[in-house]
Design a protein around this ligand. Structure first.
Ligand code: 5CA
Ligand code: ZN
Length: 424
C-alpha cells in the first residue's frame, strides 16, 4: 500500500536525548531503542469510517515518538497495517449497501488525507491485510503443521467446497509466555476477550481464549485461497503479527496502539510472534489513552464521533487540531469538548505571532526543554509549556530586546515543526 507524502522535517541544532517511554507491561519508563536503530509497529485503522479525534490522538502520539527518535539520531523504521478485511468493515458495508472494497478504499484515502493534513510521518511499511494473505496462510499452515494451532469444525453451509476443513485457532497452551504482555488475571482476560471481538463461547475450542487465525469461507463473505487451510480470510491478531514481523523483523522495539489493543490484540499477536519465531516478540508495548466524547469512548461502533475530515471541511486549521491533541499527555484518558479547539487555535496564533518578529529571546533553553519533555515519555503538554514560555517572553510588551537573537524565531519555528509536527 502506498503511504501518504512525508512532511518535511527541518534540521535542528544539537541532538535529542534517548527517549524513555512507558512500558504497558511493567509500568516503567524504558529506553526502547537499542543501538542506532529504532523500530515501531503501530496498529493501523480498520477502514469502515473516517478518522476521529481518538485515532488522530493515537497516531499523533506515535508520530511524536518517531520524531523524537529521529532527533536523537536513530535510524527509524515504522511499520503499520490497514485491517482492510474484517467483520466490522463487512458489516458496515452490508448495512449501507456499499461494496466492502469500495468502502475500504474510500476510507483509506480519507485517512491518508487526514494524516497528511495533521503532519503525521507516514509508515515506511504500510501493508493491508488483504495483500498479506499469502504470508498469513504460510504462518497459519506452519502453526497447524507444528501442532500449535488446530481446526474447529464449521457450521453447515460454511466452508465453501472444503466444508470438512474447519476454522483454525491458535492453541495458547503451546505458548508458556502467554499473558506476559498485559499481565492481566484470567477473569479480566475473559471479559476483555468477549468485549473486544473474541469468541469465548465458540464450540470446539480447547481454551475459550484461543484466538481465531483463519476463518473459513462463509456464504456472502469474501474468501481467498488458503491452500491447506481451505478458502477463507485471516484472523485479526495474526495479521498484525505477520505484518510487524515481515516489516521490521523480530524482535522489534515498540508495539503500539490505543489502550484498547493491549488485550487481547497485542497479547495475542505477541503470542503468535513467539510461537512462529522461536520466542522472539516486540520488546516494549506502548499504549495511548482513549479519547472520550459525550461521556463515552469515542468509537465508530457507538457513533459518538468528532471527525478530523469534518473539522477540516469547516475550515479548522489542522495544526490547531494537532495542538489540541498535544495539549493532553498521550497516556491520559480525556474527553474532547468544545473548548479544546478554540484554546488550541489561540495558542497557535500566539506562537505564530511570536515567531514572526525580527529576532527574539534566545531559544536554546526552550529547545532543550522541549527535547527533555519528549524524552520523558513524550510529555507533549510540558513541551507546549516550554514553547508557551518562550512565546510569552518574546511578546512581552516593553521587554529589553537589545540582547535578542536574530535566529531565535527560526529555531523555535523549526523545533516546533520538527519535534511537535506543528507548522507555524
Ligand atoms: N485495525 C485495528 C488495529 S490492527 C484497529 O483497532 N483499528 S481502529 O480503526 O479501530 O483503531 C485504530 C487505532 O486507533 C488503534 O490503535 C486504536 O486503539 C485507536 N483508537 C480507537 N479508538 C480510539 C479512541 N477513542 N481514543 C484513542 N485511540 C483510539
Ligand atoms: Zn493491530
Amino acid at each position: 500500500m502506498h503511504s501518504w507524502p512525508a512532511p518535511q522535517i527541518p534540521e535542528l541544532p544539537g541532538r535529542g536525548r534517548p527517549v524513555r517511554v512507558h512500558d504497558s507491561t511493567t509500568g516503567e519508563l524504558v529506553v526502547a531503542a537499542q543501538g542506532d536503530t529504532a523500530t515501531l509497529y503501530a496498529c493501523g485503522i480498520t477502514p469502515y469510517d473516517a478518522t476521529h479525534i481518538g485515532h488522530a490522538n493515537t497516531y499523533v502520539a506515535f508520530d511524536l515518538l518517531v520524531r523524537a527518535w529521529r532527533d536523537a539520531g536513530y535510524q527509524v523504521t515504522y511499520a503499520s497495517n490497514v485491517t482492510d478485511v474484517d467483520d466490522p468493515l463487512l458489516e458496515r458495508a452490508a448495512a449501507t449497501g456499499v461494496d466492502w472494497r469500495a468502502l475500504a478504499t474510500q476510507q483509506i484515502a480519507l485517512f491518508a488525507e487526514d494524516m497528511t493534513a495533521l503532519g503525521v510521518v507516514p509508515p515506511d511499511v504500510w501493508d493491508g491485510a488483504v495483500e498479506k494473505i499469502p504470508a498469513v496462510v504460510e504462518a497459519v499452515s506452519a502453526m497447524l503443521a507444528e501442532g500449535t494451532a488446530y481446526r474447529v469444525p464449521v457450521e453447515p453451509g460454511a466452508g465453501g467446497t472444503d466444508a470438512g476443513l474447519g476454522d483454525v485457532y491458535a492453541d495458547l497452551s503451546a505458548d508458556t509466555a502467554f499473558g506476559s504482555v498485559s499481565r492481566l488475571g484470567r477473569d479480566m482476560m475473559e471479559r476483555l476477550f468477549a468485549e473486544r471481538g473474541g469468541d469465548p463461547d465458540r464450540d470446539g475450542k480447547k481454551d475459550p481464549l484461543d484466538p481465531l487465525l483463519w476463518r473459513r469461507e462463509r456464504p456472502g463473505e469474501p474468501a481467498w485461497d488458503g491452500g491447506v487451510l481451505g478458502t477463507g480470510r485471516p484472523g485479526w491478531h495474526i495479521e498484525c503479527s505477520v505484518i510487524g514481523r515481515d516489516g521490521l523483523g523480530l524482535p522489534f522495539d515498540v508495539q503500539g496502539g490505543g489502550a484498547d489493543l493491549l488485550f487481547p490484540h497485542h497479547e495475542m499477536s505477541s503470542s503468535h510472534d513467539r510461537v512462529l519465531s522461536d520466542g522472539a516478540a516486540p520488546r516494549v508495548h506502548v499504549h495511548a489513552g482513549l479519547v472520550a466524547y459525550e461521556g463515552q469512548k469515542m468509537s465508530k461502533s457507538l457513533g459518538n464521533l468528532v471527525l478530523v475530515s469534518n473539522l477540516r471541511a469547516t475550515g479548522v486549521d489542522p495544526m490547531a487540531i494537532r495542538l489540541a491533541l498535544l495539549a493532553h499527555h498521550y497516556r491520559t484518558e480525556w474527553e474532547w469538548t468544545d473548548d479544546d479547539l478554540p484554546a488550541a487555535a489561540a495558542r497557535l496564533e500566539t506562537w505564530r505571532d511570536a515567531v514572526s518578529g525580527n529576532g527574539g529571546p534566545d531559544a536554546t533553553a526552550m529547545l532543550d526543554a522541549v527535547r527533555a519533555a519528549l524524552a520523558t515519555d513524550l510529555d507533549a503538554p510540558a513541551a507546549l509549556a516550554a514553547v508557551d514560555a518562550w512565546a510569552a517572553e518574546s511578546l512581552r510588551p516593553g521587554r529589553d530586546t537589545t540582547a535578542d537573537d536574530e535566529g531565535a524565531p527560526g529555531v523555535v519555528a523549526r523545533a516546533v515543526n520538527a519535534l511537535l509536527g506543528v507548522r507555524l
